[in-house]
Design a protein around this ligand. Structure first.
Ligand SMILES: *[C@@H]1O[C@H](CO)[C@@H](O)[C@H](O)[C@H]1NC(C)=O
Length: 263
């Protein structure tokens, strides 16, 4: 019995750490969904959380300050949303969501927003793209609004022309990750933006191989893990209760019991 409850406790801890690992993270989304903007464009940042819509604040690192909260000198905060009615080159920087509870703060991964004071921007996906997907890059001039021929660059090297201002990366893989920019003759060059590629099969292994692997359906896995954790927890409570009842009837057993369940 003692051995069983100790094992249950261990299983419970393993499950907790596993489920903590596969919790769907909060993420920051941008509307319009791109990472480059012309100055004076209006931009909305939203913290998307599967579990709740409140308790998240958008923060940013720019040349004008680090970890600045939306509403603190920039943007208009409304719940987990942050509005920037007119964005400026000085607003370029890293943006992320952070939970408001100070003691145990958690945050989303950050995204880089670039605001061009010039007349060319690259429209590229702001969130990581899925391995195998096709990704279209668009080079846009402020004016004229119609598409112009553009040249595209990756990590500083020319990768191709887009006669109508577009270029498609077919079946992207990790080798397509990098800093992209474009230029339009007679108009200028865009800022650079990073494109990240997310593997379909998670390439980062779980901290422990005991954790069940879940890559295709995190929500189902999460459900499974939390219900298993709950069941194990209930078992544990019942076992502890039985042990305690027994211990109080038979005091001689108590020291052994304490040492085995508290590790
Ligand atoms: C923001 O800047 C601070 C101070 O330089 C740094 O510690 C922190 O990691 C930055 N945050 C992000 C998301 O890069």
């Amino acid at each position: 019995m003692e051995e069983t409850s100790a094992r249950r406790l261990l299983e419970f801890i393993v499950l907790l750490s596993c489920s903590g690992n596969s919790v769907l993270p909060v993420r920051l989304t941008v509307s319009p969904s791109r990472s480059q903007f012309f100055e004076y464009e209006s931009v909305t940042l939203i913290c998307e959380d599967e579990n709740s819509s409140d308790g998240w604040t958008v923060r940013r690192n720019t040349t004008r300050g680090t970890r600045k909260r939306c509403g603190d000198g920039w943007g208009k905060s409304a719940g987990s949303t942050c509005n920037m009615p007119y964005i400026l080159p000085l607003d370029s920087g890293l943006y992320w969501c952070e939970s408001m509870s100070g003691s145990s703060s958690s945050s989303s991964s950050s995204i880089q927003l670039s605001v061009s004071g010039g007349s060319v921007i690259l429209q590229s996906p702001v969130l990581p793209v899925m391995e195998g997907d096709d990704v279209t890059l668009s080079c846009r001039a402020k004016s004229p609004a119609h598409n112009l021929p553009a040249a595209f660059y990756k990590d500083g090297s020319f990768i191709g022309d887009g006669p109508s201002g577009h270029m498609t990366l077919l079946h992207v893989s990790s080798s397509d990750e990098g800093l992209y920019k474009c230029s339009i003759s007679g108009q200028g060059e865009s800022p650079s933006s990073r494109i990240s590629v997310e593997g379909r099969i998670t390439s980062t292994p779980s901290p422990s191989s005991i954790c069940p692997t879940s890559t295709q359906s995190p929500p189902i896995m999460l459900l499974f893990l939390s219900s298993s954790a709950a069941v194990v927890f209930l078992h544990l409570l019942v076992l502890l209760d039985l042990d305690l009842t027994r211990s109080s009837l038979d005091p001689a057993e108590e020291p052994l019991h304490v040492s085995s369940t508290q590790r």
